[in-house]
Design a protein. Structure first.
Length: 96
């Protein structure tokens, strides 16, 4: 909503707060795949805030999302419909 309203700084703060919540939940229950997916999606949302972050920060969020999904996949805790590694890799390759 904040992005659509043109409030980049507000969106950044909201997404960072969401990331902190997702991190806490994922740490609380490492077996809960949905909470790890939520963590990776929070990273994707932050990486998508192009005008609010430097490209290096965006890359770090994308790499973190890839790591989350890769770890879940290697552990066998990722459903096929949750495998968005390709999306993260494509977004990473599109950055300068």
């Amino acid at each position: 909503m904040l992005v659509a309203q043109g409030d980049g700084p507000g969106a950044l703060a909201a997404y960072q707060a969401g990331l902190a919540i997702a991190e806490g939940l994922a740490k609380r229950d490492p077996a809960n795949s949905q909470w790890h997916v939520d963590l990776a999606i929070a990273c994707a949302k932050l990486a998508d805030l192009g005008s609010q972050l430097k490209n290096q920060q965006r890359k770090e969020y994308l790499c973190r999302g890839i790591a989350v999904f890769s770890n879940r996949k290697q552990s066998g805790w990722l459903y096929a419909n949750q495998d968005w590694i390709g999306w993260f890799e494509e977004a990473l390759h599109q950055l300068p």
